[in-house]
Design a protein around this ligand. Structure first.
Ligand code: GCO
Length: 470
């Protein structure tokens, strides 16, 4: 393969993106902020979970994480240096409401006020996620997301943020990855709050969608120009063989994981076959819930990392010939393109943002103090290439946020998995922009990247083909 580093202006062939394509980076509060009990912040379910013996690899916690809470200026300066146009961060609910409801903690609000002001000063658009998994522990004590009342407290929390930040924050993501919250947190018990019940997980999933619907209304009530979306984790499936059993396993897995959210959001119903299969575990749904859930959205956020190859006996761990990241996730950029095209045909979708895409690799700091993560750069490049092909196929893709800005606390894996385009030394808190970060920066500046002739021709061919079909 030709050197992928060829600098853009001199490259003979290139992959270019529209001028208004939004380039961003993403993080989440518990994974980077630290300051877990400072300035009046309450305890979250992730504080409780990570402080419980045996839950997190190496007994790591997010107590300090990247210490971003105290290093705001430095981190925004790094984003500015990279030329990032938008920053997707999450707000820690227990910083705003230490008890989950009731009294607002002004110091917590002040932190996000400063963050937003400084981002705007640096000409970086804020994309605020309201819920990236850190529920206030007092709300878990009354049942957490399995208690429908929590969706009303979430709505109150959204209203407070809209009132205080809505004059400057235009883009809001309500809930991040409802499937993971419901299934890994409440069915498998591997993430906070560590519950193991299929029935609870399905009710939680429904209440998360209800909470999304209520928050959407609250965000728009005060600020009619607010743009609201949700971020879904999406793993397309492929059958391990042509056998009808494998094909059916792939279809069912996709229905349980992706359609279970896409159908209510964009068609106002749950997939009937899986609903029947869940039997008495199916969630309690109240009248009007489905219209609340399926309100028009301004964008759909998609978090994409990998695909699942399904056989009748379960997911296939290793596909011969495929490459894998440190998470043991197959690198599957073509499945990304295919999925974007398929869902765009099937659903009437608003513009899509890739709200997360990235990879964990074992990074090494060289004696020169650099991180030569060519593997991560290639991962991003290959996915961006496929994103660009999907756009030529008619997918309404408006932006791309890399996961993640910084190496951070990777949930049950603690600090053992590095996803950042900026390296963090967790002892000294020193930051180093990795090779992938420098590359991403050049992509933003140049609206694209140097490519091989074949890649360039592929995009031109898709484009011509589509024009013919019109
Ligand atoms: C998720 C979360 C992120 C993760 C990232 C890598 O997708 O699980 O949104 O917080 O860190 O996805 O696993």
């Amino acid at each position: 393969m030709a050197d992928k580093d060829v600098s853009f202006p001199t490259a003979e062939y290139c992959v270019t993106f529209p001028r208004n394509f939004l380039w961003g980076a993403a993080t989440a509060a518990y994974q980077i902020e630290g300051a877990w009990n400072e300035d009046g912040k309450g305890e979250s379910i992730w504080d409780r979970f990570s402080h419980t013996e045996g839950t997190i690899l190496n007994s790591d916690t997010g107590d300090v994480a990247c210490d971003h809470y105290h290093r705001l200026d430095k981190d925004i300066a790094l984003m500015k240096e990279l030329g990032i146009r938008a920053y997707r961060f999450s707000i820690s609910w227990p910083r705003i409401f230490p008890d989950g409801k009731g009294l607002v903690n002004l110091a917590g609000l002040d932190f996000y006020n400063r963050l937003v002001d400084k981002l705007l000063e640096a000409q970086i658009q804020p994309f605020a996620t309201l819920y990236h998994w850190d529920l206030p522990q007092p709300l878990q004590d009354i049942g957490g997301w399995s208690n429908r009342e929590v969706s009303s407290y979430f709505c109150d929390y959204a209203a407070v943020l809209s009132k205080h930040l809505g004059d400057r924050v235009r883009n809001w993501v309500t809930i991040n990855e409802p499937w993971v919250i419901a299934n890994i947190g409440h069915r498998d018990g591997l993430m906070a709050p560590g519950i193991k019940s299929q029935k609870t997980s399905l009710q939680v999933a429904h209440h998360l969608l209800v909470a999304h619907g209520k928050a959407t209304q609250a965000l728009r009530a005060d600020n009619p120009s607010a743009r609201v979306g949700i971020a879904l984790d999406m793993r397309p499936t492929a059958p391990a063989s042509d056998s009808p059993e494998d094909v059916e396993a792939a279809r069912k897995t996709w229905t349980r994981e992706a359609r279970w959210y896409l159908d209510p959001l964009f068609k106002a119903y749950y997939p009937p076959d899986i609903w029947t299969e869940y039997g008495e575990n199916a969630p309690i749904v109240k009248p009007r819930d489905m219209s609340l859930i399926s309100q028009n959205l301004d964008f759909l956020g998609i978090n994409y990392y990998t695909r699942t190859v399904c056989s009748k006996d379960g997911p296939v761990e290793r596909i011969p010939g495929s490459e894998y990241t440190e998470m043991n996730w197959e690198i599957a950029p073509e499945a990304f393109c295919k999925m974007l095209i398929e869902i765009s045909h099937e659903y009437n979708l608003p513009p899509i943002y890739i709200t997360e895409n990235g990879a964990a690799f074992n990074d090494v700091v060289t004696t020169e103090g650099t991180v030569e993560d060519t593997n991560r750069r290639d991962y991003m490049r290959d996915h961006l290439l496929q994103a660009r092909i999907a756009m030529e196929e008619g997918v309404n893709l408006a932006g791309y946020f890399v996961w993640s800005l910084l190496d951070n606390f990777e949930w049950a894996f603690g600090y053992s998995k590095r996803f950042g385009i900026i390296h963090v030394d967790f002892k000294t808190q020193d930051r180093i922009i990795k090779k992938s970060g420098h590359w991403f920066s050049s992509v933003i500046k140049n609206y694209g990247f140097a490519s091989e002739k074949a890649e360039h021709e592929r995009i031109t061919a898709v484009s011509a083909n589509r024009a013919d079909r019109r």
